[in-house]
Design a protein around this ligand. Structure first.
Ligand code: MG
Length: 158
């Protein structure tokens, strides 16, 4: 078994959709980025790549490449899982925490888990998503952005 860690942050701005774990969440602001800026999915992708020491998403999906402009991050996650499979690895489980002052994410977590699990080809029981505020502290507390961290385990394909 191998484990990996991932972390990501995106800035919150007006006039963008807020996509977390592949779920479109109604909010006054959305995350800014080259792709759909799904910070949760990005952290999970980096955790998976980290588990097999295969670089990071910036390497595989550079934000200078027009191919990834506005990209659906769940499609990128599927590509990462396929990349791992090609190297003989399958996803064990994922645990992630989203750091956001607003909006309240709890109602959206079941949908995020379902979409992430489907994208990774694992059961929903293998995907944990948690959310916390940062008690108003720092940039995230001022609602300037959202961060996410994730750990993942992978197993050799039997
Ligand atoms: Mg990112």
């Amino acid at each position: 078994m191998r484990t990996g860690i991932g972390f990501d942050t995106h800035r919150l701005v007006e006039g963008r959709r807020l996509i977390l774990g592949g779920v479109d969440i109604p909010h006054t602001h959305g995350l800014l980025g080259h792709s759909d800026a799904d910070v949760l999915t990005h952290a999970i992708m980096d955790a998976l790549l980290g588990a097999v020491a295969d670089g990071d998403i910036g390497q595989h999906f550079p934000d200078t490449d027009p191919q990834w402009a506005g990209a659906d991050s769940l499609a990128l996650l599927r590509a990462v899982v396929a990349r791992l499979a090609a190297q003989g690895w399958r996803v064990g489980n994922v645990d992630a925490t989203v750091l956001a002052e607003r909006p309240k994410l709890l109602p959206h977590i079941p949908a995020m888990r379902e979409r992430l699990a489907a994208a990774m080809g694992v059961g929903v029981g293998a995907v944990s998503v948690k959310a916390t505020t940062v008690e108003g502290l720092g940039a995230i507390g001022r609602r300037e952005g959202i961060s996410a961290m994730a750990v993942a385990t992978v197993f050799p394909d039997a």
